[in-house]
Design a protein around this ligand. Structure first.
Ligand code: FE
Length: 355
């Protein structure tokens, strides 16, 4: 399934129109201007419940992570953005380093969200907060591939797996972050060899989104593929007979359970550097850490809540982590490391011909 994102140009034009209206309205009616890279229809209820509870209207602009960062830089100090939501840890880190966020002091957020899912604390508070997590896992064709042959990221590049690997574009943030983490664990030389091994093992050129990879594994075109967990969970929870049949052919592996742990990424948010409605923006971030909002992430988009006290009841999440023997072991690596590795990894991808 392709993400229903606006094009950058489309959202820029549309956004400027909304922005003027929003700024004009902000004198009379409480608003926030939200720039969001979340592309999940289940988030609608999340936003409307916030407005119901607080009376604060949300003007939402949708674009992808990269589009939002370009837009914030272009708008500079005249940006109407109050809250930024991004769906990749490295992009959150980049935006922070580029000075696009401002610090938020919130005892509520600091108490609710574990330190590993927040930006580094300074005297002025913290910039970004992670509100949900997703793991990047392997799906494989149970009839053709043995689980033990794909149970680490390293094995995906093994010569024994030639002609079996499918993946979306290597430059997609989900992949750049995963590759940044693997390169950190392996070192530069072995990391680049690993990427070259992945290219050598491809069943087809990188294409489509994560759901397309799962479907291609189920159809027999690919032996195994990389995907974020929420795309699997959507299929697991589907009542459509074709999705149920599709999922029966596919096994799920949380890689590296005996070593570094499975790579986990974050969706999170921050108050924009020049937010005209800062107090409302902080209220919105605090709302995202409430039990109600956290349950939307868990049940609506099948992500793991970052607030530890929120118990997951989503059957697909429980079944998936059950395949990994209950709670799975997640990688612990500073997000700044993954962020800093992005440029290096992109250059490696270019050298090894990973499109
Ligand atoms: Fe996605």
């Amino acid at each position: 399934m392709k993400h229903p994102r606006s094009t950058l140009i489309g959202s820029l034009c549309f956004g400027f129109i909304i922005s003027f209206a929003a700024v004009a309205q902000s004198k009379s009616e409480p608003v926030i201007n939200l720039y969001s890279a979340r592309h999940y229809s289940t988030d609608e209820a999340l936003y409307s419940n916030f407005t119901k509870a607080t009376g604060i209207k949300i003007n939402r602009i949708d674009a992808d992570d990269a589009g939002i960062l370009v837009r914030l830089k272009t708008e500079g100090a005249s940006s109407p953005a109050d809250v930024i939501l991004l769906v990749d840890a490295a992009r959150l880190w980049r935006a922070d380093v580029d000075g696009l966020f401002q610090s938020t002091q919130s005892a509520l957020l600091e108490t609710a969200i574990p330190a590993q899912y927040r930006a580094k604390q300074t005297t002025e508070g913290e910039t970004w907060f992670g509100f949900s997590t997703r793991a990047r896992v392997v799906v494989y064709d149970k009839s053709k591939v043995k689980r033990m042959d794909v149970d680490t990221y390293e094995k995906l590049a093994s010569p024994a797996n030639k002609g079996k690997f499918c993946v979306r574009s290597g430059s997609h943030p989900y992949n750049l972050s995963l590759f940044g983490s693997v390169v950190e664990h392996l070192g530069d030389k072995a990391g680049e060899e690993w990427l070259a091994g992945l290219v050598a093992n491809m069943a087809r050129k990188p294409q489509g989104g994560d759901t397309d990879q799962i479907k291609a594994v189920a159809s027999g075109e690919c032996g195994f593929a990389l995907t974020n967990t929420y795309y699997i969970a959507r299929l697991m929870r589907s009542t459509k007979p074709e999705d149920i049949a599709l999922f029966e052919r596919v096994g799920v592996v949380f890689p590296n359970q005996n070593t570094s742990g499975t790579h986990v990424n974050i969706a999170g948010g921050a108050v924009a550097k020049y937010a005209p409605n800062k107090a409302n923006a902080v209220k919105f971030l605090e709302y995202l850490a409430t039990k109600e909002a956290q349950n939307y992430f868990a049940n609506g988009n099948n992500e793991w809540p970052t607030v530890a006290s929120v118990k997951v009841s989503n059957p697909a999440l429980l079944a998936m982590s059950g395949q990994a023997g209950g709670a799975f072991k997640a990688e612990i690596l500073p997000l700044s490391v993954i962020g800093m590795n992005q440029v290096k990894v992109q250059q490696m991808l270019d050298r090894v011909g990973f499109k």
